[in-house]
Design a protein around this ligand. Structure first.
Ligand code: F6P
Length: 541
């Protein structure tokens, strides 16, 4: 496998970095009045301002050469064609088929998957209509008033993020809860507020073997059965999974299961039946709009030249910072309270995809890969960690996300929110010089250095018209394809996640010890901690 670090394209970027690194964004802007129009892209109401990045036209040209060197266009085509690009799991990565609105077939192993996708969507539509209209009744004849999604990772983060993002499109008399943590407190505190007669549980697990989900589902089932009896289960439990046998073994009828397929990665699954809570919240029609937004981004990513390609360009600028500036962090800062869970969603999408030190062919990587991603909604983040973004020693490239309109304009707040969104990227890019500090008015000399902002801190601004289902679909697909493009450049498989296995295996080995079984050999620290936990555990009454 080609080592991207040893290519002429990489060497050209390394040499170019020496020219660009000392330059300040203040100069890049003042020398070039055409910078903003040239470094902005737009697609269907999603506007991307790249101009506050530490790049020149030459940087972008060289980065695109790097993408060609890494075969990005050809590998993108292979993903859309259903080839098994997830080599370690011998699977296709076809989340794009789930939102394929083209009418064209999508083949996996010689089989067109589109009729299967459509059939599940149709069943989801009918089920959601029934629940939302009150036709679907609980065992005691009452309509559903609360939906509890039990799942974790990709079977939780996408749905919880999207249900929250699109809250204004949901009926006010249907509440949504998400239980993911194996910590019983999560389920306990959720159940406290619920009436079993009006509650619907969705057990969401691609594998239907995940410890956390199985434990939460079993406890929730026992709670329901204790209140309403065994016969109530089919009216209050549905499953979403690829594992029909596992669902049956849990005691759920096939009629209550919504399936998907092994070519849907967990963290790319919100478009599949895993999106059932989203469809219950916003209805089938709006769910279709979300799929359409993602499809528009798919078509753009698949067909637009690298020069105009939004996901590819975001990816390349990320590579520029991680590999050439050596900045290992990335912040995602939505100026939209309803995107509060978007950074957490992206943490899994990005860090589980590209947090790898071994390439797809099993050889070690020779450069840094996925960054540490974090974020919080603005303006809350401003009053928490932005101090470090402005004046700290690490430079943290950041994506700022906002919508020109609020779906629920309230009390004139939105212009205040947008003013903060705009002010922050301006402050990060341009900072404040000593001269500006002094010119602003009398300031004690000892305070001058504290009031200086270095600036030159890069940001992308992503502006939506409003956060509606179509825009959310575009936004999520934008990041999915960004992540994939980076994985291709680094030569890693963005669709497996072997790194989460070891902890699961060790937890399974430790659990019997905590339940009173024989001590197992561990390192001194782990054995000592187990003894301490056991000494402090309350004895069962
Ligand atoms: O965290 C590892 C992981 O396998 C994720 O990739 C996945 O989204 C999550 O666990 C949940 O898995 P499942 O949907 O099979 O319960």
């Amino acid at each position: 496998m080609k080592d991207i670090v040893r290519t002429p394209a990489w060497a050209a970027l390394a040499a170019h970095h020496r020219d660009v690194a000392p330059r300040h964004l203040r100069d890049l802007f003042s020398e070039d009045p055409g910078r903003f129009p040239r470094l902005t892209l737009e697609l269907d109401g999603l506007f991307l301002d790249l101009s506050k990045n530490r790049v020149t036209d030459e940087t972008l040209r060289l980065l695109r050469d790097l993408a060609r060197e890494a075969n990005v266009p050809a590998i993108v085509a292979r993903m859309f064609a259903g080839e098994k690009i997830n080599l370690t799991e011998d699977r296709a990565a076809l989340h794009t088929a789930l939102r394929n609105r083209s009418g064209n077939p999508v083949m996996v192993d010689g089989h067109d998957v589109m009729p299967d996708v459509e059939a599940v969507l149709k069943r989801m539509d009918a089920f959601c209509d029934a629940v939302r209209s009150g036709t679907w009744r609980g065992a005691s004849g009452q309509p559903i008033r609360a939906v509890v999604n039990i799942g974790i990772g990709g079977s939780d983060l996408g749905p919880v993020m999207a249900v929250q993002a699109l809250a204004p499109f949901a009926p006010p008399d249907l509440a949504f809860h998400f239980v993911s943590n194996v910590d019983g407190a999560h389920l306990h505190d959720t159940l406290l507020r619920l009436d079993p007669a009006t509650t619907l549980f969705i057990v969401a697990s691609k594998t239907f073997t995940t410890q956390e989900t199985m434990a939460n589902a079993a406890t929730a089932r026992a709670w329901l059965v204790a209140k309403l009896g065994e016969d109530a289960v089919p009216r209050h439990f549905v499953a979403v999974s690829t594992n029909a046998k596992g669902v049956a073994a849990f005691g759920m009828a096939e009629a209550n299961m919504f399936g998907f397929w092994d070519w849907v990665g967990g963290r790319y699954s919100l478009w599949s039946a895993i999106g059932l809570p989203i469809m219950l919240a916003i209805g089938p029609e709006r769910f279709g709009e979300m799929l359409a937004g993602a499809h528009a981004m798919d078509e753009h990513f698949r067909t637009a030249p690298l020069e105009q390609n939004l996901p590819a360009t975001l990816a390349l600028i990320g590579v520029w910072y991680v590999n050439f500036f050596g900045w290992p962090h990335h912040a995602v800062l939505p100026y939209e309270q309803r995107l509060a869970r978007f950074p957490a969603y992206l943490q899994q999408a990005d860090m589980e995809s590209n947090g790898k030190c071994v390439r797809a062919d099993g050889t070690p990587v020779t450069c840094a890969t996925g960054p540490v991603l974090f974020g919080e909604p603005g303006t809350n983040g401003q009053h928490a960690f932005y101090q470090l973004l402005h004046q700290g020693t690490p430079v943290v490239p950041a994506d700022f996300i906002a919508a020109a309109n609020s779906v629920t304009e309230t009390g004139g707040h939105h212009p205040m929110l947008l003013a903060n969104f705009l002010a922050q990227t301006e402050a990060l890019a341009f900072g404040r010089t000593i001269i500006e500090v002094v010119e602003e008015g009398p300031v004690p000399p000892r305070l001058v250095p504290h009031k200086v902002f270095p600036g030159n801190r890069p940001t992308n601004s992503i502006l939506l018209r409003r956060l509606d289902p179509y825009a959310l679909g575009m936004l999520v697909a934008l990041y999915e394809h960004k992540i994939f493009t980076q994985g291709v450049i680094w030569g890693i498989n963005s669709f497996d996640q072997w790194g989460v296995e070891l902890g699961k295996t060790l937890a399974n080995r430790i659990l019997p010890e905590l339940l009173g079984g024989a001590a197992q050999p561990h390192d001194a620290s782990t054995s000592g901690l187990i003894r301490q936990v056991m000494a402090w555990r309350d004895k069962p009454a």
